[in-house]
Write a protein that binds this ligand. Structure first.
Ligand code: FAD
Ligand code: DLZ
Ligand code: SF4
Length: 524
C-alpha cells in the first residue's frame, strides 16, 4: 500500500477547460499531479456534432496536452480509439483511479449541467476525496448570479447585470465611477445597415491544419462521416498562440467597424467585422477579461471608437456572462420550456440548405461550411424563422447544439430557448424577437436577389417572413397583447380588413403545410 505522500492528485481536464491557469492546476506541483484528458464517445455523440466541432475540440485537446507535457506535467491522455476506452467521462475517471490510485481528484466544475451531474456522483463512486472547484475563468460565479437573480426573477434584465459587471471589473469605467464615453450602452450606434456599395472587411486569419489536426480530421471522417457539415477546409485556431493571433488581427483590423456593423448581413460574407473568437473563448484558449482590457486600451489610446469597444465588451462581460448565469439559474427546466407550445418539426432544409429563401440558404451554407454563422444570422434569420414557424424548441436546441463549433449547452440553450423562441415565457427577453421580411431587407442585401419578393405581403411569391409574422402575432394574441412592447402591433392588425387578415393567415398556412420535417436522424 503506497503512503498518501506517494499518491498523486488526479486532475481531469475537460475539452472546454484548456487553460493553463485553470483552478485545478493552479498551486499544484508537477511531481504529484496526474492530468487526465479524455476523448470519449459519449461526448462526441450525445448529439451528432458538426464534424469541424469535433475536430476542433480533439485537436485543441491534443495540442493542449502536448503543451502541458512539454512544460513537465504528467498527462494521461486517452484517445478515442485507444484500447479499453470506456466511452464516458465517469468510465475513464474510473480507469484512471484504478491505474494511478490518487489520494484525491481535483476537477473544475463542468460547463454543462449534464456533465456536472456525472461529476457530482464521483465522490460516491470513487474511494478518494473529490473536490469540484468553481470555474473562475468567468467574471460572475454561478453563486453570485443566483444571489443577484433571487428575488428579481421577473426582471432579470441583462442591462442591469451588465452594469454590475462593468463596476466589478472596472472595464470602461472612469475614475469618478461613471461609464467611459458618458453612457453605459451605445446599442443605438450598433445598427448600421450595409452601405449600398457593400462592405470590405479584411479577412480573418486562418490556420492550416498541422500533423495533429490532420490526424484528427482523418479520425473524424472515419468515425463521424455521417455527421452534418463540411470538412473541406478547417481553419480554426487550435492553440493559445493561434487564438492570440486571431485576437490580435481582430483588435487591430476589425474592431473599429465592429460596432456600427454588428447587426449587418451581406450575402457570401460570413465574418464581416465580428471577432470570430467564440470558439477560442469557450475552449479556454483566450481570457475574456484580457481581451476586453486590450479593446479598452485601444479606445483609451484613441484607436477605436466607443460604440465598437463598448459593444464588444458588452457582448463578453454582459451577454456571455449573463447567459451563463441564466443557464445555471434555470436548469434543468429550461431544457423543457415551451411557453408558446410550439410543436412543428424542424424543416429538413435546415440540414440540406435547400430552400429558395435566400437569407436562410446563405446562413445555412455558412453554418455547414464554417460551423459558424454570426450573431444576427443566428438571431434574426434562423432564430426568427423558428420562432414564427412555431418549431418545437427541443428540435431547435438540438440543431444549434450540433451545428456551431462554439456550441456548448450553457451558451446555446439560453440563446435558443429564451432569446429566440421565447420558450421561457419572457424571463430573458422582454418581448419575442419577431420580425417580418422588412427587418432582414433593411439590415442585409439578401432580398434583392431572392426568389421571393420582400415587398409582396401575401400570395404567390410573397416573402414568407411577412405572412409568418402576422400568423405568429395572430395565434399568440392572448399571451402577447398585454405586453406593452408588443401591444400596438395589434392596433395595426385590427385596422386591417378581414380579407387582408385571411390572406395573411392563408399564405402562411400554405407555406407551413408545404414544409418537409427533417425527422430525428440528423441530430441524434
Ligand atoms: P462577436 O460578435 O465578435 O462577439 C464577441 C463575443 O461575445 C463572442 O465571441 C461571444 O463570446 C460573446 N457573445 C456575443 N453574443 C453572445 C450571446 N448572445 N451569448 C453568449 N455570448 C455572446 N455563442 C456561443 O459561444 N455558443 C453558442 O452555442 C451560441 N449559440 C447561439 C444561438 C443563438 C440562437 C444565438 C442568437 C446566439 C448564439 N450565440 C452562441 C451567441 C453569438 O451568436 C456567438 O457568440 C457569436 O456569433 C460568435 O461569433 P463571434 O465570436 O464573432 O462574436
Ligand atoms: C463537445 C465535446 C466533444 C465532441 N468531445 C469531447 C471529448 O471527447 N472530451 C471532452 O473532454 N469534452 C468533449 N466535448 C465537450 C463536452 O461535451 C462538454 O461540452 C464539456 O465538457 C462541458 O461540460
Ligand atoms: Fe429572406 Fe424574404 Fe428577403 Fe427572401 S425576401 S431573402 S425570404 S427576407
Amino acid at each position: 500500500m503506497p503512503s498518501e505522500k506517494d499518491q498523486p492528485i488526479l486532475v481531469p481536464i475537460l475539452g472546454d477547460q484548456l487553460t493553463r491557469t485553470l483552478a485545478s492546476l493552479r498551486g499544484r506541483t508537477k511531481d504529484d499531479t496526474v492530468v487526465l484528458m479524455m476523448e470519449v464517445m459519449d461526448e462526441a455523440t450525445y448529439v451528432k456534432h458538426h464534424k469541424q466541432k469535433i475536430v476542433l475540440i480533439f485537436s485543441a485537446m491534443r495540442h493542449f496536452a502536448a503543451e502541458l507535457e512539454d512544460a513537465g506535467w504528467t498527462v494521461d491522455y486517452v484517445r478515442l480509439d485507444d484500447d479499453g476506452n470506456a466511452g464516458s467521462f465517469t468510465g475513464e475517471v474510473a480507469r484512471a483511479v484504478e491505474e494511478h490510485d490518487p489520494r484525491a481528484i481535483h476537477v473544475v466544475e463542468a460547463g454543462e449541467w449534464r456533465v456536472q451531474q456525472q461529476m457530482e456522483e464521483w465522490a460516491d463512486k470513487f474511494d478518494c476525496e473529490v473536490e469540484i472547484l468553481p470555474d473562475d475563468r468567468f467574471v460572475c460565479p454561478i453563486a453570485e448570479f443566483r444571489e443577484w437573480a433571487d428575488g428579481r426573477e421577473a426582471h432579470l434584465t441583462m442591462e442591469s447585470f451588465y452594469r454590475d459587471m462593468r463596476r466589478k471589473t472596472g472595464l470602461l469605467m472612469n475614475e469618478d465611477g461613471k461609464p467611459a464615453g458618458g453612457d453605459w450602452n451605445f446599442d443605438k450606434d450598433n445598427r448600421e445597415p450595409p452601405p449600398k456599395d457593400g462592405l470590405d472587411p479584411p479577412p480573418r486569419p486562418t490556420f492550416e491544419p498541422d500533423d495533429i489536426t490532420r490526424e484528427v480530421i482523418e479520425l473524424v471522417e472515419d468515425r463521424f462521416g455521417d455527421h452534418f457539415g463540411s470538412l473541406e477546409s478547417f481553419e480554426w485556431p487550435v492553440t493559445r498562440d493561434q487564438a492570440e493571433k486571431a485576437a490580435d488581427a481582430f483588435l487591430s483590423e476589425r474592431l473599429e467597424k465592429f460596432g456600427p456593423y454588428e447587426d449587418a448581413m451581406v450575402h457570401g460574407q460570413d465574418d464581416l467585422y465580428h471577432s470570430i473568437l467564440s470558439t477560442s473563448l469557450n475552449l479556454g484558449l483566450l481570457d475574456p477579461i484580457d481581451l476586453c482590457e486590450r479593446a479598452e486600451k485601444l479606445y483609451r489610446d484613441g484607436k477605436a471608437p466607443i460604440n465598437s469597444v463598448e459593444g464588444f465588451v458588452r457582448q463578453i462581460i454582459g451577454w456571455r456572462e449573463y447567459i451563463r448565469g441564466f443557464y445555471w439559474y434555470h436548469m434543468p427546466h429550461l431544457q423543457k420550456a415551451n411557453a408558446l407550445n410550439a410543436q412543428r418539426g424542424l424543416p429538413e432544409f435546415f440540414w440540406t440548405g435547400e430552400t429558395d429563401m435566400r437569407c436562410l440558404a446563405d446562413c445555412i451554407r455558412s453554418t455547414r461550411d464554417n460551423a459558424h454563422a454570426h450573431h444576427i444570422q443566428r438571431l434574426m434569420v434562423l432564430g426568427n424563422f423558428c420562432l414564427l414557424a412555431g418549431i418545437d424548441p427541443s428540435e431547435v436546441q438540438d440543431w444549434y447544439l450540433v451545428v456551431y463549433a462554439d456550441a456548448y449547452e450553457w451558451v446555446e440553450l439560453p440563446n435558443v430557448a429564451a432569446m429566440i423562441l421565447y420558450a421561457d415565457g419572457g424571463k430573458l427577453a422582454t418581448k419575442p424577437y419577431a420580425a417580418s421580411g422588412n427587418y432582414i431587407n433593411k439590415m442585409s442585401d439578401y432580398c434583392k436577389e431572392c426568389t421571393y419578393s420582400v415587398s409582396k405581403k401575401t400570395g404567390e411569391g410573397s416573402c414568407p417572413f411577412n405572412s409568418l409574422y402576422w400568423h405568429f402575432m395572430d395565434r399568440h394574441r392572448d399571451r402577447l397583447e398585454s405586453n406593452h412592447r408588443v401591444g400596438r402591433v395589434y392596433a395595426t392588425w385590427d385596422r386591417m380588413g378581414d380579407e387582408k387578415k385571411d390572406a395573411y393567415r392563408d399564405t402562411a398556412q400554405a407555406f407551413l403545410d408545404g414544409l418537409t420535417p427533417a425527422g430525428p436522424d440528423y441530430a441524434r
